[in-house]
Design a protein around this ligand. Structure first.
Ligand SMILES: CC(=O)SCCNC(=O)CCNC(=O)[C@H](O)C(C)(C)COP(=O)(O)OP(=O)(O)OC[C@H]1O[C@@H](n2cnc3c(N)ncnc32)[C@H](O)[C@@H]1OP(=O)(O)O
Ligand SMILES: N[C@@H](CCO)C(=O)O
Length: 373
């Protein structure tokens, strides 16, 4: 495929630092996993920083092996001639701290004990993730970022970048984001947590990696997965179809939607660590752009760049109203802001499933970003 970035590899940068976290605790040394696509130009000003969601990773495009069944998670966006055109832009994606996908997280070794942190890992905020990412940006000698673009938790990171490093950010594109996590989203994460805590294999986070609380984690992910879909997408995908494998009157027979949740919950256990899932859920719950500011207005007034916002009509997790709340405040502050409500049936995950709906607007926006911050 000539619009693919092709074979790529994840790189790792080590930082001998102790990062002061929002909680006051220190974390370090740190490793940040990242991938890069395209070439950094001589002026080092063609950088697009792609920020990932809850269970994403640094592998945003291309494949690690010719035999890979699927490419990186935003492969439809990154590559020669695509919206993040790697003939033009240097696209960078790093894994957040707290994750289990190469950056320092609860599965990493705690230098104080020589054993994995597990629940000794400190609670994080999205702001801490961005502060750690900044170490990588500095390490690569980048002083100006053309745009930070991300969906869901990636949107939160984009906002944090613009507020805390306004001098180096030329634009942000928060997609399916929120300015503060709603009580309903926290409630769903609370159910996910209880599913894990009630699994006897959980052992207060001290499970052996080869024996994770698989039932609890699969159920927790299924709760999350429901919130990433929508009523409309479930009707489209499954309707009321009963699994062809089951008899309709078998007591344990399942609807197709149940099979789907079983499959995706079970799959998740093979690719994600339980403690990381919990730490990132906590960071999502704690998210409030106004944290440690006197008001939302004070926080957003620090934003010094154009911003482009997308929300999806069927997103009931981070609803369009939540994006609108931030956009309204930015408008009140006379900041350059552009907001588009995209018609999509695919719920919160529309940013992964139907990017073609917002790509043309994004493409025009990126071309018009001013050359200096
Ligand atoms: C955002 C980031 O930063 S990265 C994180 C993104 N990744 C995830 O969220 C991982 C979970 N994956 C997903 O939710 C989806 O695959 C998405 C959102 C990425 C893409 O959505 P879609 O293209 O609509 O995929 P869909 O939901 O139809 O299929 C997901 C899986 O369920 C399977 N599936 C579909 N229908 C059924 C069914 N009736 N019964 C059982 N399994 C089913 C699919 O075969 C697919 O399996 P695979 O992952 O092994 O290929
Ligand atoms: N489905 C995506 C988005 C969730 O916010 C993920 O799991 O990361």
């Amino acid at each position: 495929m000539n619009d693919s970035v092709g074979l790529v590899k994840t790189e790792y940068a080590d930082f001998d630092v102790e990062l002061r976290l929002e909680s006051g605790r220190l974390l370090g040394p740190l490793t940040i996993a990242f991938e890069r696509y395209g070439q950094l130009n001589a002026a080092k000003d063609n950088v697009i920083l792609v920020t990932h969601a809850w269970t994403g990773d640094a592998h945003a495009a291309g494949v690690h092996d010719e035999e890979d069944r699927k490419p990186g998670w935003w492969d439809n966006m990154i590559g020669p001639g695509k919206v993040f055109d790697t003939d033009k832009y240097f696209v960078l994606c790093s894994n957040v701290i707290g994750s289990c996908k190469g950056s320092t997280g609860p599965t990493s070794i705690d230098p104080k004990t020589g054993r994995p942190y597990r629940l000794k890992f400190p609670s994080l905020m999205v702001r801490d993730m961005v502060r750690a990412q900044k170490l990588l940006i500095d390490h690569l000698g980048i002083t100006s970022i053309h745009a930070v673009v991300g969906g869901s938790m990636g949107a939160m990171q984009a906002i944090e970048w613009a507020i805390h490093y306004p001098e180096m950010i030329r634009a942000i594109v928060p997609i399916a984001g929120t300015g503060r996590t709603s009580p309903m989203a926290i409630a769903l994460n609370a159910l996910a947590r209880q599913a894990i805590f009630n699994d006897p294999l959980w052992k207060k986070g001290n499970y052996r990696p080869e024996h994770p609380p698989a039932d609890g984690l699969a159920l927790a992910r299924a709760v999350g997965h429901i919130s990433f879909l929508s009523d409309a997408s479930m009707w489209l995908k499954f309707g009321r179809r009963f699994s062809v494998r089951d008899g309709m009157f078998d007591f344990f027979g399942k609807f197709e939607i149940e099979r789907y949740l079983d499959y995706n919950g079970g799959n998740f256990v093979d690719r994600f660590d339980t403690n990381s899932f919990l730490y990132l859920a906590k960071a999502l719950d704690l998210y409030d752009v106004a944290w440690n500011f006197d008001s939302l207005s004070e926080a957003l007034d620090r934003l010094n760049c154009p911003s482009l916002w997308f929300a999806f009509t069927s997103d009931w997790l981070y609803t369009p109203q939540q994006t609108q709340e931030v956009v309204d405040e930015l408008r009140r502050l006379n900041k350059p802001v552009d907001y588009h409500l995209i018609e999509s049936d695919y719920g919160h995950d529309s940013f992964l499933v139907e990017p073609e709906k917002f790509i043309p607007i994004l493409q025009t926006f990126l071309a018009e970003v001013p050359r200096s911050a």
